[in-house]
Design a protein around this ligand. Structure first.
Ligand code: C5P
Length: 431
């Protein structure tokens, strides 16, 4: 008989182990694994449904994004409005609700989730899930998703010990569905025994354990990308050929490594990578303001933007007429965003780029020292097949006591390698 099933998810769902009801066996797990993760919380009808409110809070404390699906009977125990207010997203109730389907359809929701956690999971829901039913939104979602699914049983001890329920759980377990708990103790009905839902924090820890470790779990990453535009008049500007591809690829690699990532982007036509917060700016001064403000709340700052070095002293209010044979535009130096971020007393780990056409390593090393950086990524922009506006790049990563060359590769592959290198140097600097 299965008294209680507590999963050790250190290696995903493959290591399920059976344990006595009172036993607690969790790997020591960092909740930071939940950063950026999308958790679909299914709530079914049971007295423990009120604890869904705390589960949402705890997941959000760990920087996870939460969407809630409730069964009709769950709404008898806690209102959708409460869970909507806490999750910050509309609560989904019905399969055939046209309004909800228009906002985010059930298949979209199933694809959105990284993990589906059903807490509390009633005996009825477990039976329907085990038998592949699709007779409400939550069971349908579970059939449609490729995400990992875990249930947190919550029911009367006799119902839990019932052979049918035990068989249903066994079936789920065989399909790699996680079974979190149940715990044992006094129940709402007055009985004593196994069947209590695990506490919210325990459930959140077990959920975090589903995800593998990321190199930047819980780290706040801020990246500048793209060119800036410096207005000459309402229709003209000074800019450069930067495509922003490197910075956007770094943002994606950062998120994939578990970082909470913010991208300050100059004017570029690139889609925002999933789970990245994007702040659009136009001029160097706007990028400077945004970077200084946000760098106070970040751990790593990567300046990959090609910031215009100069801007017109003042942009003309009206379009400048071509009345004369020559036109002088007086320029003034833009602030150095990276140097200003690095000069702060409480500063993030600062990484710069050095795009050079000659003496690349020499100039990059000089910049590393002058701007007081932790790392600089040097690239030769004299070649047309790498760097600016190209798909590929080849760089040398330089830090105060070492350097490493990375051969020509796609910007996406390079971004992954750079994020790995940055994460290792950051960890060394903070160990
Ligand atoms: O001095 P230089 O422009 O070559 O330095 C390049 C590095 O400094 C890049 O990381 C770039 O994003 C950053 N930078 C900056 N603000 C500027 C100029 C450059 O953040 N005004």
């Amino acid at each position: 008989m299965i008294f209680s099933i507590i999963h050790d998810f250190e290696n995903g769902f493959s290591n399920g182990i059976l344990a006595a009801a009172s036993q607690k066996k969790y790997s020591i797990v960092s909740l930071s694994r939940l950063t950026n993760k999308r958790i679909l919380l299914g709530v079914t009808g049971g007295i423990a449904a009120y604890k869904a409110a705390e589960i949402i809070r705890r997941l959000q404390d760990a920087q996870a994004e939460v969407r809630v699906v409730m069964t009709r009977s769950a709404t008898e125990f806690i209102t959708p409005l409460t869970l909507q207010a806490l999750s910050g997203n509309p609560v989904h109730l019905d399969l055939l609700d046209t309004d909800a389907e228009a906002a985010m359809g059930h298949i979209e929701l199933a694809k959105w989730a990284d993990v589906v956690l059903i807490a509390p999971a009633s005996a009825n829901f477990i039976a329907r899930l085990a038998n592949g039913h699709a007779n409400d939104l939550l069971t349908t979602l579970c059939l449609a998703t490729i995400a990992s699914i875990a249930v947190a049983p919550a029911m009367n001890q006799a119902m839990w010990l019932n052979k049918q329920t035990q068989e249903n759980c066994k079936k789920l377990q065989e399909r790699k569905t996680g079974i979190f708990g149940p715990g044992s103790g006094t129940q709402a009905c007055g009985d004593v025994g196994p069947g209590r839902m695990l506490e919210p924090l325990e459930l959140v820890k077990l959920t975090a354990n589903i995800f593998p470790n990321g190199l930047l779990d819980g780290i706040r990453l801020l990246i500048t990308a793209g060119p800036t535009r410096e207005a000459i008049d309402p229709v003209r500007y000074i800019s450069n050929h930067s495509s922003g591809k490197m910075g956007f690829a770094l943002a994606k690699a950062g998120v994939d490594a578990g970082a909470k990532t913010t991208l300050i982007a100059g004017p570029v036509e690139l889609p925002t990578p999933a789970r990245v917060e994007r702040i659009d700016i136009v001029s160097a001064e706007q990028m400077h303001d945004a970077s200084l403000e946000l760098s106070a709340h970040c751990d790593i700052f990567i300046a990959s933007a090609a910031v215009a070095d100069y801007r017109p002293v003042a942009a003309a209010q009206q379009k400048i007429k071509k009345n004369s044979e020559s036109q002088l535009i007086e320029l003034v130096r833009n602030p150095d965003i990276l140097a200003d971020v690095a000069a702060q007393t409480s500063r993030p780990f600062c990484v710069g780029f050095a795009a050079e056409t000659q003496d690349v390593i020499h100039y990059a090393q000089d910049k590393l020292q002058r701007k007081k950086l932790d790392m600089i990524i040097a690239n030769d922009v004299s070649a047309t097949d790498i760097g600016f506006n190209a798909e590929d790049n080849a760089v040398t990563v330089i830090w105060p006591d070492g350097q490493e060359a990375i051969e020509k590769t796609s910007k996406h592959q390079l971004a992954k390698l750079l994020i790995k290198k940055i994460a290792l140097c950051y960890q060394n600097a903070n160990s």
